[in-house]
Design a protein around this ligand. Structure first.
Ligand code: SP5
Ligand code: ZN
Length: 371
């Protein structure tokens, strides 16, 4: 079952970004959703699509993101325009650098300062309706998450009834934009503003009536298969043992300063953050084998109740901003490897920018999960 909303196409449409110093079109475009949706609609036997969105309000969002950051996102554009900023949207001109002396002694007062304080790069343009778009993406993801609870209970019941086996886990997909995995508690970046996966994960753990096997909250394993390291999700859950965060990503690309395998978590979270950086020479077999090993060594032993996948297909060989050698043949294999975990799974859309193959590649993962 696929959860999406027309607002993911109509809202948040920056005209350009900067890549390697050049002004280019905004790669994280509304067209991305359109081509994925088109593929899913062309395969009605595999996918049932719903635009039903429940509003869970601010509460689950503010469990993950800081109030001042949310206030900033909501009002940044109007202040930006008042200050004479370009109508394309807010982009930082000055980003606080850890080497700058006496950093943090001076409070960010206006939008020009805040644009650097609350953003770590130049690929998260805040337009007039960006906050509403990110809010909508979070609500679509939460709507799918609520359904995950329901289908997981059905799955357990049909196993108890002997009607199915643990090899047939239910899967749901949130087709959303803007994406989320680069967004930290109070910093946006990398096309991401609100961390959809983190918000969904925290909401699941906060459900009082939802108990895990040990009587505590349900356990969640996050599998981040976007080409880029999910620095946001890592930061948000770095000091906690639930969820388990695992990521396969490039060892030589954006966001550059996070994603090392030495980042293992801290305090209670030590051992519950697993980064597997891979070289740009990574092929289908290498990618799938590494994923299978990650699942065997880390995901299965964790004994989670749910899997949440940060689904990026910028691992594709012709992705315009990435660099692996992975072909379209790999995606059904990736989906199948995730299915074999045997747990109820929520897929949430992250990156993937090769418009021509985006539908096929995302659809390939989802169909591989179903098959
Ligand atoms: C959600 C997501 O996929 N965000 C990625 C944002 C990346 N933005 C900066 C990309 C810089 C790419 N540099 C070109 C390297 C070509 N190999
Ligand atoms: Zn990415």
């Amino acid at each position: 079952k696929v959860f999406t909303s027309t607002l993911c196409t109509t809202m948040h449409t920056p005209q350009y970004e900067f890549l390697s110093g050049a002004e280019t079109h905004y790669y994280e475009s509304p067209e991305r959703r359109e081509v994925i949706l088109k593929y899913l609609q062309e395969h009605p036997d595999s996918f049932e699509i719903t635009e039903r969105v429940e509003d869970f309000g601010l509460d689950p969002i503010s469990k993950v993101h800081k109030k001042d950051f949310l206030q900033y996102l909501e009002h940044a554009y109007e202040e930006w325009i008042e200050e004479g900023g370009h109508p394309n949207g807010v982009l930082p001109g000055t980003i606080p650098h850890y080497k700058v002396a006496r950093l943090g002694k001076q409070k960010a007062s206006n939008v020009l300062a805040k644009s650097g304080e609350y953003c770590f790069d130049m690929s998260a343009v805040i337009t007039k309706d960006t906050f509403k778009a990110a809010w909508n993406a979070a609500q679509v993801t939460l709507t799918a998450t609520k359904d995950l609870i329901r289908v997981a209970e059905q799955y357990e019941q049909s196993i108890a009834d002997g009607a199915t086996s643990r090899e047939n886990p239910p899967g749901l997909y949130a087709l959303v934009r803007p994406p989320g995995h680069h967004a930290q508690t109070d910093v946006c970046g990398g096309y991401c503003f609100l961390n959809n996966v983190a918000i969904a994960t925290q909401w699941l753990m906060d459900q009082p009536n939802l108990k895990g096997k040990d009587g505590g909250p349900k356990k969640i394993a996050i599998l981040d298969i976007d080409f880029h390291h999910g620095n946001g999700t890592q930061e948000i859950f770095y000091t906690t043992s639930n969820p388990l965060y695992t990521s396969l990503h490039s060892n030589e690309d954006y966001p550059y300063f996070t994603g090392s395998d030495l980042e293992k978590g801290e305090g209670e979270g030590l051992g519950f953050n697993i980064n597997i950086p891979l070289p740009h020479s990574t092929t289908d077999d290498e990618y799938v084998e590494t994923l299978e090993k990650l699942i065997k060594d880390h995901v299965l032993p964790y004994d989670a109740d749910y899997i949440i996948v940060s689904l990026g297909v910028d691992t594709y060989k012709d992705d315009p901003i990435a660099g692996f050698l992975v072909t379209s043949d790999a995606y059904p294999r990736i989906g199948n490897a995730i299915r074999k975990i045997g747990l109820p799974t929520l897929f949430v859309q992250e990156g993937g920018y090769c418009i021509e193959k985006l539908g096929l590649n995302v659809g390939g993962i989802l169909q591989g999960f179903l098959a």
